[in-house]
Write a protein that binds this ligand. Structure first.
Ligand code: NAP
Length: 262
């Protein structure tokens, strides 16, 4: 008999940014374990490709386009998701974008581009799904943060601000919604190879820096995120809310410096 503690079988899951990278891996991880999954992202093409591949593998997955930077699309997507799946047990806010440049060169448009998706989009999505979960007196929300929540990296200031904000949102919603039976936690990935980061990690200097500083000595793969997401959505984490779990190969455990040790 399989262990029910970590089961997500039969759960209905809504994943923003579920077409590629970390969101896609998490979608497959849940669907392969018997959850009914609905993914959304901006591009119909990437949604169709992801849904077709997962359906061909026998998984219960559907998709719809939704740009989370548009509040109207959030409303209509959540309504359509509830219509289609009847209810949502778990929301996973994965959709995210980044712009890398010196702080003094960012414009209001850059700020809006990053924050409207990463923070305002996740916030409005959480509230829209949260109202449905409050009515049901049950639900789990998982937000995808970053190592930038732990310490900001140089060169990505609006992104770092969005992830700091997301941690505030996770903790604040956990405080307010615990009494409704809703848990809100975050998963903070370390450095993971995806479309968002592959150019950066093709640089040998970056690879050497990671190898020297990551306790596990490698970059993360999107699949590395599945276990923790499942833990946060399952009964195994029933007494946990308002927390951020770092899945980062140990990066945030401390500083490494090049002093030789005998
Ligand atoms: P990715 O490969 O670029 O995938 C991003 C996903 O988000 C895609 O499905 C994309 O699909 C969707 N998306 C982007 N903007 C959207 C919007 N406005 N509305 C709806 N969907 C949108 O990125 P990733 O590396 O998997 O990153 C996923 C999340 O993990 C992000 O929140 C990122 O900040 C976080 N993260 C990543 C890393 C890493 O090292 N990769 C580390 C820490 C945290 P469309 O293009 O079709 O919209």
């Amino acid at each position: 008999m399989s262990d029910q503690l970590f089961s997500v079988s039969g759960q209905h899951i809504l994943i923003t940014g579920g077409s590629r990278g970390i969101g896609r891996a998490i979608a497959e991880g849940f669907a392969a374990r018997g959850a009914k999954v609905l993914i959304c992202s901006r591009s119909q093409e990437s949604i169709d490709a992801a849904v077709n591949e997962m359906q061909e593998a026998g998984m219960s997955v559907s998709g719809m386009t939704c740009d989370v930077s548009d509040p109207e699309q959030i409303k209509s997507t959540v309504a359509a998701a509830i219509d289609q799946m009847e209810h949502i047990d778990t929301l996973i806010n994965v959709a995210g974008v980044n712009r890398r440049q010196r702080a003094e060169t960012f414009t209001a448009a850059d700020y809006d581009f990053v924050l409207d998706t990463n923070l305002r989009g996740a916030f409005l999505m959480s509230l829209e799904v949260g109202r449905h979960m409050i009515e049901r007196r049950s639900g789990t929300q998982i937000n995808i943060e970053s190592l930038n929540t732990w310490m900001p990296l140089k060169g990505v200031l609006p992104y770092a601000m969005s992830k700091f904000g997301m941690q505030g949102m996770t903790r604040g919603l956990a405080l307010e919604w615990g009494r409704h039976g809703i848990r809100v936690n975050s998963l903070a990935p370390g450095f993971v190879l995806t479309d968002l980061t592959k150019k950066l990690w093709s640089d040998p200097a970056m690879q050497a820096w990671n190898a020297a500083n990551s306790p596990l000595g490698r970059l993360g793969q999107p699949d590395d995120m599945i276990g923790t997401a499942i833990f946060l959505a399952s009964k195994a984490s029933a007494f946990m809310t308002g927390q951020t779990l770092y899945v980062d190969g140990g990066f945030s455990s401390g500083w490494s410096w090049p002093i030789p040790l005998s």
